[in-house]
Design a protein around this ligand. Structure first.
Ligand code: IPM
Ligand code: MN
Length: 366
């Protein structure tokens, strides 16, 4: 997944004293997978001769339960001084759903203006694919999910709440500027990726006739600047069908926040599961944040059985974003080797190795 897409932003000019990495292990199995991810980062730094320092932040359920704090403006201010952020997972069974997700994860994405959620979907070994007869070369695409608007904007209202006439309105908010910067990023990414050179817009023009009219118009206008990139359109429902039936059709997909959320969970499953799926919350001009896309997996917490490869892949994406392209490529290749040659499964508890051992295996294969 190496491209020149991610030019170094001001924060990312290789600092003499090294990169400053903010580490947010978070909840559940987050700390366990982040420990392995940082282990790989350390080994990569030695091998590729770059310097870095980490600072760990305790944002998450434990801190919230003690202090009622999610993320303060000062926290954001501090995070803005880092080269990149590495995040484990956010979410805890003792905290009502929504509080930590909006108060921490979405707040980070929004206040750091990480307007792209980049989610590669790549099958590393046919063994782990739930689809019949699909090989690694058949499943290799990237979803560019808009990460700052749409239904995630949190706009809406209740009318006559808790009466029989109640109405709940949830608005999808799409700005020309927001849509265009996302679509442009996707075209650029597709060009730099230089594989099938095809960008698919995934939407719902047949029903959501305001939002997707804007998206479609913008898509074909921006496409004029990229005559060498083939364009395609698929409704979101059909997209899920093609993911299962013909994933080899896709190269880069661009879509809105909500659809991107949904289709990338399916994407994770066809690439072998949440154990391997990583994503980057990208602000091309600012501080980006990298994370395994699976949740905090409370049921596996503290058992040393969760798969750290997704978090390690997140480190790979982070290194690419920082401009450490050789290190990034080597981390991804080491993950591929370990997945292909060592692991019995990518699922928690079934790998044939512990979380810790998988981290060691990746380091050995660097
Ligand atoms: C994801 C997650 C988040 C999202 C949740 C935890 C808020 O599902 O990163 O895909 O919906 O974006
Ligand atoms: Mn999701």
């Amino acid at each position: 997944m190496i491209s020149e897409q991610n030019k170094r932003s001001p924060q990312q000019v290789k600092p003499a004293e090294g990169y400053k990495i903010a580490v947010i292990p978070g909840d559940g199995t987050g700390p366990e997978v982040i420990q392995e991810a940082v282990k790989v980062l350390e080994a990569a730094a030695k091998k590729f001769d770059f310097k870095y320092e980490t600072k760990t932040f305790d944002y998450g359920a434990e801190r919230y339960l003690k202090t009622q704090k999610t993320l303060e403006d000062n926290d954001i201010k501090e995070l803005k001084t880092f080269s990149a952020i590495l995040l484990g997972a956010i979410g805890h069974p003792d905290v009502k759903p929504g509080i930590l997700e909006t108060g921490i994860l979405l707040k980070l994405r929004f206040s750091l203006d990480q307007y792209i959620n980049l989610r590669p979907v790549r099958l590393y070994s046919a063994l782990f694919c739930p689809l019949k007869n699909k090989k690694p070369e058949d499943i290799d695409f990237v979803v560019v999910r808009e990460n700052s608007e749409g239904l995630y904007k949190g706009m809406g209202e209740f009318k006559d709440k808790s009466t029989k006439d109640e109405v709940a309105i949830q608005v999808s908010y799409n700005t020309r500027r927001g849509v265009e910067r996302c679509i442009r990023y996707a075209f650029e990414y597709c060009k730099k990726r230089n594989k099938k050179r095809k960008l698919t817009l995934c939407g719902k023009t047949n029903v959501l006739t305001y939002a997707w009219d804007l998206w479609e118009r913008t898509f074909y206008e921006v496409a004029k600047d990229y005559p060498d990139i083939a364009t395609d359109y698929a409704h979101v429902d059909a997209t899920t069908m093609w993911f299962v039936k013909n994933p080899e059709w896709f190269d880069v997909i661009v879509t809105d926040n909500m659809f991107g959320d949904i289709i990338t969970d399916l994407g994770a499953m066809i690439q072998g599961g949440m154990g391997i799926a990583a994503g980057g919350n990208i602000n091309p001009e600012g501080v980006s944040m990298f994370e395994p896309i699976g949740g905090s997996a409370p049921k596996y917490t503290g058992k040393n059985v969760i798969n750290p490869l997704a978090a390690i892949c997140a480190v790979g994406m982070m290194l690419e974003n920082l401009g450490e392209l050789k290190a990034a490529k080597t981390v991804e290749e080491a993950v591929i080797k370990v997945a292909q040659k060592k692991l019995k499964s990518l699922a928690a508890g079934k790998m044939g190795y512990s979380t810790f051992e998988v981290g060691d295996l990746v380091v050995k294969n660097l």
